[in-house]
Design a protein around this ligand. Structure first.
Ligand code: SF4
Ligand code: SF4
Ligand code: SF4
Length: 177
């Protein structure tokens, strides 16, 4: 991969497929042209998104808006509490090793989510919300979601964070502005 600078990251977004032409094309719209989506401002990171989807592998994935990220060395979305910057697997919060940490320039790091490995468990989201900028959050991926008449995660969500949104704007992304 080409070297990124922190300036590139502050400008940018690396939400692969989310909100892109490819992502929009994959939307399975309901009869009323709506789809289910998570409101990141309401999600309480309970973990049910990983376990209550009708798919064995949840349609929910974490996404990361780099322009909101502090690029912290001690990232509370990446490290277990008290892990003292040791990047061994046992010190990583993500149960599947889906977050890639990369040095950018002293003292900044980038964090990227490998969607193939992400199970939507929200641990990183919770870690980022506690001490970081909230730049990681969950979204229902419409290239995976069946757009069920009744979303079983929405039924189980204790925060009532999942609602139908227009299929023309299928993602509720946080913005740097
Ligand atoms: S079920 Fe609701 S509160 Fe729990 S992680 Fe999913 S969206 Fe967030
Ligand atoms: S901690 Fe959970 S939600 Fe975050 S990247 Fe890993 S599997 Fe996905
Ligand atoms: S609508 Fe169905 S496939 Fe989509 S996230 Fe909800 S339960 Fe999973």
């Amino acid at each position: 991969m080409t070297a990124l600078t922190r300036r590139d990251l502050l400008r940018g977004v690396a939400l692969v497929g989310v909100g892109s032409a490819a992502g929009a094309a994959a939307v399975h719209a309901h009869g009323d042209d709506t789809v289910w989506q998570i409101d990141p401002e309401l999600c309480g990171q309970c973990g049910r998104c990983a376990t209550h989807c009708v798919h064995p592998e949840s349609a929910v994935k974490a996404v990361h808006v780099h322009a909101l990220c502090g690029h912290c060395d001690l990232c509370t979305a990446f490290f277990e509490p008290d892990s003292k910057l040791d990047t061994g697997a046992e010190n990583q919060l993500c149960p599947t090793g889906a977050i890639r940490r990369r040095f950018i320039e002293d003292p900044y790091f980038s964090y990227e989510i490998d969607e193939q490995l992400c199970i939507g468990c929200a641990k990183c989201v919770k870690g980022c919300a506690m001490f970081g900028n909230g730049s990681m959050f969950l979204q229902i991926r419409h290239d995976r979601c069946n757009n069920c008449n009744a979303c079983s995660i929405a039924d189980a969500c204790p925060a009532h964070a999942i609602r139908r949104v227009p299929a023309s704007t299928p993602y509720l992304l946080k913005s740097a502005h």
